[in-house]
Write a protein that binds this ligand. Sequence first.
Ligand code: G1P
Length: 290
Amino acid sequence: MNVKKAIIPAAGLGTRFLPATKSVPKEMLPVVDTPTLEYVVREATEAGIKDILIITGRQKTAIEDYFDKAYELEDILKKKGDTARLKRIQSIWKNINIHTVRQKEPKGLGHAILCGEAFVGNEPFAVLLGDDIVYNPKKPCLKQLIEVHDQYQASVLGVQTVKDAHVHKYGIIGGEKIAERLYSVKGMVEKPSLKEAPSNAAILGRYVLSPKIFAYLKDTLPGKGNEIQLTDALMALSQKEKMLAYDFEGKRYDVGDKLGFLEATVEFALRDQALSQDFKAYLKELMKTL
Ligand code: G1P
């Protein structure tokens, strides 16, 4: 079955980015001029997905407004003849169906995904976490995972190797290599200490999942941080069904972290045609003073 739907959880409080996130959802914080959430939505649409459910929460109405048509703004741009900006604004909502549902209680990532059960129904679906932006202009990360899913008809987790010092921040898999970049998942732990970690292969916010995950999520008890963890439900599912991990190609930015956010800002600005020349010159000058 083809993957046609995606869930993007965006209900978190964004405490790491306070005070900005007191009134702006963290998913709306821009890297250069584009909210981080739009990069993630774009990755899904570039992988052929048109129906996307965003799991929101209270104080997140800016997200719904962003993906809606803005009549007044579009009219002003049209009258001014600013076709480039008009096209850019319309690209946010054209050819894509954004659905939203609110997670009523902050019970964790696993609970947030469970809020998407009715939307998904009984088909495989993608999950993209907004704290991770992956840059790959040749083949979006999610497209790579969907291709593996289509070939093997199994759930696929997107992983990359992280440094020892970062293992405690992620879901870490244990696996057996079965092909180039591909592992059969043999276990996983949510945010382990280095000692407990089965490897350095971290799940980096991209998943293609079997709908059976919902049954496991319902049975999952609060785990790490007293939250219902997606990783725990995945672990249970992997014991019943084939589950794969794919070491995807692409530069991944942890925009949920201040340093990662700054790295993304600098690198995306350097890739921006209109900005790159002046920005590079500025950085070179700045480097001399550091
Ligand atoms: C979540 C997942 C974790 C995963 C990470 C990727 O953690 O629970 O397994 O490795 O996203 O960014 P969070 O960063 O939301 O605490």
